[in-house]
Write a protein that binds this ligand. Structure first.
Ligand code: PLP
Length: 390
């Protein structure tokens, strides 16, 4: 028996694998329309292609990003795969440029999948010391002429802010498509599409969902031809998000603007607290004037904030001493600020840097804090009590 006269302000969770097509003319129309890969089809066919609950969340996210189309995927990595793969051309050179300071998983995807399995030529652009030199990037582009440039606006764990406006400009001047991973900055701070990026991706697992309990990715753009290619790729690679997760993400997005402001305000207060603490060697946070990319962050983000990751280094007499102090601190705060390998959770969590990044960042006293949306005073109190143990 079907429920009658149900009225709801919400988009239902359509769990259908395949949708009711009913008769042959309807089925024929649905498949004929599908050739154009519409974002919001008149007739839904199969949930891996498109799903109304997913489309509702995508349309909602478009308003936040201020773009023409957004596609959800089941993870940030799937979003990266979609965004990059649609630029791969058969029988043509595929030389793609990646900044070195990107998420480790993305670096592994490049090496293990794009290069080793798909034969993409991946070239890397590294910062010059603690900042990306625009002169060096200009030279890199004119020598290498890659078809695609991929970078993150705020890097991890050193929080280097790339001058995204200039990097996009230079990339476009040299004819490259630009894909930006904006997970750390979020659309609240900066919108790469407004400055000419072709695609922006997010690990929505982080701030967009914001509760540490959902895995999702988003690819967004303006170009409808790219939208059709991304829909087609997502469909055949099977990167579609489930309607249940899209529904949950849709709800979480409603509080995004409020939550993210609290994350950023808290992070600023905590960075200021830590920089004055006698047990701390240094604090890495783009909002502090001591950060090498502070002026670039101010240029890109204005007064809106500087991200919600704060990386700090504990003082110590030797490598081993720092290692021990780092571990002692982690244990001291673990019941309130646990070691959890993610970020962008509503609760403050941490990760030690050297055990994760190894030789890349060989700083045994360094800890990456992902600041949550709790009361900042409370977080400071916990950090203070942990630091007192040192
Ligand atoms: N991009 C960045 C900057 C990330 O930090 C991560 C994950 O940590 C990803 C992409 C991948 O996202 P997901 O874990 O949702 O696949």
């Amino acid at each position: 028996m079907k429920a009658k006269n149900v009225k709801s302000t919400r988009t239902p969770i359509y769990r259908d694998a395949g949708f009711l097509l009913g008769d042959i003319p309807t089925m024929k129309k649905a498949f004929a329309d599908e050739v154009g890969h519409p974002i919001n089809p008149d007739i839904y066919i199969y949930s891996r292609y498109r799903n109304p609950t997913v489309v509702a969340a995508e349309e909602y996210y478009c308003e936040i990003e201020g773009c023409k189309w957004s596609l959800l995927s089941q993870s940030g990595m799937a979003a990266i795969d979609i965004a990059l793969s649609i630029f791969q051309k058969n029988n043509q050179p595929n030389k793609w440029a990646f900044f070195t300071e990107i998420y480790g998983g993305t670096n592994s995807f490049i090496d293990k999948v794009l290069v080793n399995r798909r034969g993409i030529e991946a070239i890397r652009f590294a910062p010059d010391g603690n900042t990306y030199s625009l002169e060096a990037f200009e030279k890199f582009m004119s020598i290498n002429k890659p078809q695609v440039v991929f970078f993150e606006v705020i890097s991890n764990p050193m929080l280097l802010v790339a001058d995204a406006i200039e990097i996009i400009k230079i990339s476009k001047k040299h004819g490259a498509a630009v894909v930006v991973d904006n997970t750390f900055a979020t659309p609240y701070l900066f919108k790469p599409l407004d400055f000419g990026a072709d695609l922006v991706i997010h690990s929505a697992t982080k701030y967009l969902a914001g509760h540490g309990n959902l895995s999702a990715g988003i690819v967004s753009g303006y170009d409808m031809k790219l939208a059709a290619e991304a829909i087609e790729y997502r469909k055949w690679a099977g990167h579609m998000i489930s309607p249940d997760e899209a529904y949950r993400l849709h709800d979480m997005l409603k509080s995004f603007n409020i939550r993210i402001k609290q994350h950023f305000d808290n992070a600023y207060a905590i960075a200021r607290f830590l920089e004055k603490h006698p047990t701390i060697e240094s604090v890495c946070y783009p909002g502090l004037s001591t950060h090498p990319t502070h002026s670039i962050s101010t240029k890109l983000f204005g007064e809106k904030g500087f991200g919600a990751i704060v990386t700090f280094d504990i003082k110590g007499k030797s490598f081993e001493d720092k290692q021990q102090k780092c571990n002692k601190f982690i244990q001291a705060v673990s019941s309130s600020i646990p070691l959890v390998p993610t970020l962008g959770d509503s609760d403050t969590i941490l990760m030690p840097v050297e055990p994760v990044w190894g030789d890349r960042y060989p700083f045994p006293g360094m800890i990456r804090l992902s600041i949550g949306i709790e009361n900042a005073e409370k977080i400071i109190e916990i950090l203070n009590s942990g630091l007192k143990e040192l």
